[in-house]
Design a protein around this ligand. Structure first.
Ligand code: NAI
Length: 235
């Protein structure tokens, strides 16, 4: 299950998991992107798509019910859907803070809560939360709620790792650096911002969605079977 799986990093994760032979359930609240995703993938009965807002609890319940009716079990959940609202901290409205937290933090909890019983039953599961380098350090820039919500997802990841290791369920976070996706298209097209970000990136180029997706593939696979509570920084 990949949330925000129809665009950017999530789309790359969905496609790489599918190429590697997984049945994939792709959730995205953007219907157009989801339709384009469906068209772009050669699928038979190995792809399910759902359009809903991941901060909606009831939609999660319906989705998981259908996935379990179709495939019987859930191996991997990637909480990737995310959003950012940029404003000066002093002008930021509480409702904007709440919106960002609903998607970047509360929805990560909801997704996890909805798959955990099945993973416990199977004695197997990998939960992968796409946080950010801004879940590790603060930033002088304007997305205060984004940075705080990504920090929340990081510690939530470790709490689940500590609680569910005994059930053979792993939980890890990924911390992407500046990656070219539809989310960052606007700011990365400003030459000054792009150059600033390039100057902070040792490899001398910004990330591609696939750079992050291969990290998710590792964390989803049995090759990472002793890896939990970790922070995979890909920047
Ligand atoms: P994107 O905007 O290309 O893709 C995000 C997808 O999530 C979109 O398809 C969107 O429709 C979906 N989505 C957003 N809110 C949703 C909701 N409430 N319910 C269901 N679907 C929802 O963005 P990108 O860059 O691929 O981001 C993916 C993740 O990576 C996000 O969590 C983001 O915060 C994180 N990230 C991205 C970085 C970057 O530089 N692009 C850097 C660090 C972290």
């Amino acid at each position: 299950i990949i949330t925000g799986g129809a665009s950017g990093i999530g789309e790359a994760i969905s496609k790489i998991f599918h190429q590697e032979g997984s049945n994939i359930c792709v959730i995205d609240n953007n219907k157009n992107k989801l339709e384009n995703f469906e068209k772009s993938i050669d699928s038979k009965d190995d792809v399910l798509t759902f359009s809903f807002d991941v901060s909606d609890e009831n939609s999660w319940k319906d989705c998981i019910k259908e996935v379990l009716n179709t495939w019987g079990k859930i191996d991997v959940l990637v909480n990737n859907a995310g959003m950012s609202l940029r404003s000066n901290f002093e002008e930021m409205k509480k409702e904007d803070w709440d919106k960002v937290f609903a998607v970047n933090s509360t929805a990560v909890m909801l997704g996890t809560q909805n798959v955990i019983a099945n993973m416990k039953k199977n004695r197997s599961g990998s939960i992968i939360n796409v946080s950010s380098i801004f879940g590790l350090v603060g930033s002088a820039r304007s997305s205060t709620a984004y940075h705080a919500s990504k920090g929340s997802s990081r510690i939530f990841t470790k709490t689940i790792a500590a609680q569910y290791g005994k059930h053979n369920i792993r939980s890890n976070s990924i911390h992407p650096g500046f990656t070219d996706t539809p989310m960052t298209e606007d700011i990365h097209s400003i030459e000054q911002v792009r150059n600033e970000r390039l100057a902070m990136t040792p490899m001398g180029r910004l990330g591609k969605p696939e750079d992050i997706a291969y990290g998710a593939l590792y964390l989803a696979s049995d090759e990472s079977s002793w890896v939990t509570g970790s922070e995979l920084v890909i920047d």
